[in-house]
Design a protein around this ligand. Sequence first.
Ligand code: FAD
Length: 446
Amino acid sequence: MQNKHVAIFGAGLVGSLLSMYLIRRGYRVDVYERRPDFRKNAAAGGRSINLAISDRGWKALHEVGIEEAIRKLAIPMPGRMIHAVDGALQFQAYGKEGQYINSVSRGDLNIAMVDAAEKAGAVFHFDQRILEMDPECNTAYMEDAVTGKKYTLTPDLLIGADGAFSMLRLTMMKTDGFNYAQQYEEHSYKELHIPPAADGSHRIEKNALHIWPRKSFMLIALPNLDGSFTVTLFHFTKGENSFAQITDTEKLDAFFAEYFPDVVPHLPNLHADFFGNPTGSLMTVKCFPWSKGNAFLIGDAAHAIIPFYGQGMNCGFEDCSVLNALLDAHADDWEQVIPVYERTRKPNSDAIADLAKLNFVEMRDLVADPDFQFKRKMAAKVAEKFPDQFIPVYSMVSFSHLPYADALKEYKRQDEVLSTFLQKPDIRSEWETKYFEEIANALCNL
Ligand code: FAD
């Protein structure tokens, strides 16, 4: 039994995972969440907002002993299904045979994790909001969201897992030497819904992440277990062709008919969804240090990223796994562990933030670009022939545990190599013959 009382603020995906790690290490763990207990209101939303889990996420779920339970909630997606405007479909595998990312309902995942954490011994306090903290005196200033009653907590350690708009981070921002940058994208997003077919099956291919790339904007769809899909439109917030211009059902119908005609028959509630659902903004947050006194940040509170690599949660889960390994290595000496944790994770969370931005361009534009597809084809062939010497960047990020910072470096290197070969006038006819050995040698030079 560790002689420490830990308070985690935020019972989201990362807070509930971290509570399991710390309970397993023998700490006394209380988790404070500003929302009501979402397990009691699970049916209220009725809809599934989903996320993609990949290998980094699975590793952490495995370490806390809930991988198998969560796999039952997940739908494998071995590749992207690209939808052209004329309805033509093209499937692009994400990796090798047997490699896939997984669609899981955010709500179901969060509920399963809180249930597992509670069963393990973490104590959850819902409707409890942290307003401010004093990290030097280990004090959290709290408010009961139902009664409005204010009170203080004095745990030994305060952990900010309170998401992209973290209150703990806000408090740290007022202290000397804290660096902070926040950047909003020009794009925002709106969630829509493809319901199941009459017989309960999926209306479009179940085992794929669907993308309708339209250069500067795109639509995506991820499958849910109940036969439905969560659809997300990423579009400019304002300007000539933007959300701001779609002001009535006529304009909405015209927009979908022009850009996404094949999906229209599958969106019977388009009008209600589009005008009823909020438009979400997309933001990247970078800050440092991630700790102050006896408080530190984890997950989106430390590094919110845009969702185009499907890695925000996976990165937050990896934070927890790395922290746990450091606690092992330093016999739970937090004074040693925290500086190493933040120094190790910071370059990696910065790198995945940058990769997510690059992948947005890839998803909305390049996947439909012939040069890009050709570069992918060359890289895929090298990966197939030399699986141990060459790992494509998507696989590094999604199917390995190599540091994100290495994946970013490799992205730049591989892209340069492939772009150089693309300049050769006879590359398209000769790449598998005259040039293949040269391409393979250059790409495998890890
Ligand atoms: P959150 O999940 O935001 O949890 C924070 C918790 O803290 C919440 O429960 C909140 O209510 C609580 N809280 C906030 N303030 C307070 C307070 N003052 N006091 C107490 N509690 C508080 N990631 C992936 O890995 N794969 C994906 O496919 C993916 N898709 C995404 C799609 C979209 C559209 C978006 C926006 C994000 C996506 N992400 C994805 C990112 C992922 O959602 C986040 O990285 C992840 O939710 C971070 O978990 P967290 O626990 O750090 O924060």
